[in-house]
Every structure is written in structure tokens, then in C-alpha cells.
Design a protein around this ligand. Structure first.
Ligand code: NCD
Length: 300
């Protein structure tokens, strides 16, 4: 992985996944041991879309490795506002930093950026495309809570526009998980993702009702309806609030069910789930730090 770009979860073999996850577990157990691993390295944070977890956990990760981060700031306060192209922005930033973490509203933006620079580009979300580092922390959380053996994962909500879903589905295929997709008809997986999963021999099932599969799941991965990606607000309103879980619904789930969410949640997980043993989404968000530390250590 050293000095390579990370654009899509499709790049991650099972061996890559296990290597990063094993290292992340070591780092979580003894973070002091890597306190100088990236001494002198500078990570550029270029976020053209809102972010809390991804940006702050990358910043925390590089700092805990002894490196530093430099933040482009919001689009409004950068030269993007003056009409600068993405290609020019990243070509300038590569002169300052050892790697670029990029989030952008356009699908394909990270791939495009990577063609203009020599420093590694890490895709932190490209429109409805991919979000591979979220996938690594999702897998870490799944492995810690449910293990990879004979694993059944339900992925519910916005499967069409959810980039965390697209990345996770590729990676789950590589760890041979059974994948159950639950969504309204209008938000099913995009054809391109479905095709790739089929080609990779994924074990995929689709549902419109969570009740039809809940009892069979080890993990339920809930997602937000990606309002900002709907071309038409009316289409969003038709599906908003439809796919929601609460503590009562989870009574028919396995006691060991792990409920995850990449966050932020809007209303798709009721607050009463937070008090149950199923709730794992805050732990999941915290896992972003050791996982991104392991990744940065490998890439830099
Ligand atoms: C996700 C994203 O940006 O795709 N957030 C995150 O990185 N944890 C999920 C979302 O915004 O719904």
C-alpha cells in the first residue's frame, strides 16, 4: 500500500483488509508504540463536502502518529470559490503535503485527482461513489463484534446513493459474507454495483421489508437517506422516514445482533436503540482513529 492511491474498496484484497485490521488492533492496544511512526509527515485534508468524523479522525490519526495535518478549509473560504479546478487545487497541495485526503460531491473526483499528483490520494467520499476508509473501520467493527466466519450482514436504507454501502458491499464480498440488502424499490443498489458484485461471486439477497430478514442477521448496517443527492426533493420526501428501526422492532432480532451506522443519523435509528446492547455505532465511529492510523502508517 505504500505510496499508492486508495480510491475504491475494490482495490482491497482480503489480505490487505486483514493486514490493516490486525495492525489497527495492535495500535488500539498500544497507541504509544506508534507515536513517532509518521514523524515529519504532513497530511492535507481537502473536504469539498461537510464532514465531522472522517475529517477529525484523519486529523487525530496523523497527529497520534507524530505527523501533522493541514486543512484546506471550507469551499467557501478557499480558491475553489474563485473557480479553481480540482486538478489545479491538488497539484498545488501536493507541493505542501505527503498525502491528500479528498472528499468531493462528484463521483470519480478522487480518481481524477489521483491522475494529477504523485502523492497518495485517499478517497474520503466521492459523491455517491466510494468511501473505502469508512469500509475499513466498518470491517474492523464487524470483525470485533461478529467475526468474519459465516457472517450475515443486512444493509438497510439508501443503497442507491450511499457510498459507504457501495464500498462495504465490495469488501464484504472479499470476506465471503452473506449480504442482505433492504430498501425501497427506488433506492436499490445501482446496476453497476450489482454487476460488480455478481461478477465477484457475491452472495446477495434483496428485500423491501426488514422483518423478512432481521432474525437471520449478525449485523444490521443502517444508513441515512442521502437527501443531498436526490435530484428532486419530492422523491426524497416519498422515502424519508420509511426505513427506521427502534428498540421494539429489535425485539425480534438475535440477542447478539450488532447494529451499525456510518453516522450521521437523522431519524433512521430511534434514540431508544442507543440503550440496547445492539447499538455499536459510536464504537464504530471511534474505531476510525486506530484504523486510519494503521492505514496512514502503511501508506506513508
Ligand atoms: C458517511 C458519508 O459521508 O458518506 N458519513 C461518514 O463518513 N461517516 C455517511 C453519510 O453521510 O450518510
Amino acid at each position: 500500500m505504500r505510496h499508492e492511491h486508495l480510491i475504491s474498496a475494490k482495490q482491497l484484497s482480503r489480505e490487505d483488509i486483514e493486514t490493516v485490521l490486525d495492525r489497527a488492533a495492535e495500535i488500539a492496544a498500544d497507541p504509544e508504540a506508534v507515536a513517532e511512526a509518521c514523524d515529519g509527515s504532513l497530511l492535507a485534508l481537502c473536504f469539498f463536502e461537510p464532514s465531522t468524523r472522517t475529517k477529525m479522525s484523519f486529523e487525530t490519526a496523523i497527529t497520534r502518529l507524530g505527523g501533522d495535518a493541514t486543512d484546506m478549509g471550507g469551499v467557501e473560504s478557499s480558491s475553489v470559490k474563485k473557480g479553481e479546478s480540482l486538478a489545479d487545487t491538488v497539484r498545488v497541495i501536493e507541493g505542501y503535503a505527503d498525502a491528500i485526503v479528498l472528499r468531493h460531491p462528484s463521483e470519480g473526483a478522487a480518481k481524477l485527482a489521483s491522475q494529477f499528483v504523485d502523492v497518495p490520494v485517499i478517497n474520503a467520499g466521492d459523491g455517491a461513489g466510494q468511501h473505502p476508509t469508512q469500509t475499513l473501520l466498518d470491517l474492523y467493527t464487524i470483525r470485533e463484534n461478529a467475526g468474519f466466519d459465516d457472517l450475515s450482514v443486512g444493509i438497510m436504507g439508501d443503497l442507491k446513493y450511499g457510498r459507504t454501502v457501495h464500498s462495504l458491499a465490495h469488501a464484504l464480498t472479499n470476506v465471503d459474507a452473506n449480504q442482505h440488502f433492504i430498501s425501497p424499490e427506488s433506492l436499490r443498489l445501482p446496476r453497476s454495483v450489482r454487476y460488480d458484485l455478481h461478477e465477484a461471486g457475491a452472495n446477495v439477497h434483496e428485500y423491501t421489508e426488514i422483518d423478512d430478514v432481521l432474525g437471520a442477521l449478525d449485523v444490521l448496517y443502517v444508513t441515512r437517506i442521502q437527501r443531498e443527492r436526490f435530484p428532486d426533493e419530492n422523491e426524497y420526501r416519498q422515502v424519508a422516514g420509511e426505513y427506521r428501526i427502534d428498540a421494539e422492532l429489535l425485539e425480534s432480532a438475535d440477542d447478539e445482533l450488532t447494529v451499525m451506522h456510518p453516522l450521521p443519523r437523522v431519524d433512521e435509528i430511534a434514540a431508544d436503540v442507543d440503550e440496547t446492547n445492539h447499538a455499536t455505532y459510536f464504537e464504530q465511529a471511534h474505531n476510525g482513529v486506530p484504523v486510519r492510523m494503521a492505514l496512514l502508517e502503511a501508506m506513508l
